[in-house]
Design a protein around this ligand. Structure first.
Ligand code: FES
Ligand code: FES
Length: 159
């Protein structure tokens, strides 16, 4: 049996059709095959959230997925943020509130906040804290991340 598998996926709007090892992790695929190194790899077992991406609009930990699980899916990584006005606003709020220091955890937090922003639910501060609690940061003490998230999500329109 072949250890190589055909993978067709769309990442940040670009279509890929590649052959990859069956056991290649999605996080390694993004970083090593596509050079999308904004997806950070910390714990590699689903704890830290630094590797969070979106698959068909929902956040997922790319270290817990195989690359072949991205087959037929639309994937977004933090690199997509620079292209869209609504995600650029998230970056600006993080900068304004000093919500990062080393930045290792930041891509994961940005992906979660973007998911909350696109949902049709209005979140309380406690719910925002809860939603972000699965992502670990070793630098900031979290308060400035929460401040930025609150400001981003306070003005969201529910359509
Ligand atoms: S590297 Fe995936 S959750 Fe930590
Ligand atoms: S800013 Fe350094 S780990 Fe969060």
């Amino acid at each position: 049996m072949s250890n190589e598998i055909q993978l067709k996926t769309t990442v940040n709007g670009i279509e890929y059709d590649l052959t990859v090892p069956a056991r290649l992790l999605a996080s390694d695929f993004l970083r090593d095959n596509l050079n999308l190194t904004g997806t950070h790899v910390g714990c590699e077992h689903g704890i830290c959230g630094s590797c969070t991406i979106k698959i068909d609009g929902l956040t997922a930990r790319s270290c817990l997925k195989f690359a072949v699980q991205l087959d037929g899916k639309k994937v977004e990584t933090v690199e997509s943020f620079k292209k869209k006005p609504e995600t650029r606003n998230i970056l600006e709020k993080f900068k304004a509130h000093h919500s990062l220091q080393c930045g290792f955890c930041t891509p994961g937090f940005l992906m979660i906040i973007d998911e909350l922003l696109k949902s049709k639910i209005k979140f309380s501060e406690n719910e925002i804290r809860e939603a972000l609690s699965g992502n670990l940061c070793r630098c900031t003490g979290y308060e400035n991340i929460i401040k930025a998230a609150n400001e981003i999500l306070a003005h969201k329109e529910i359509k």
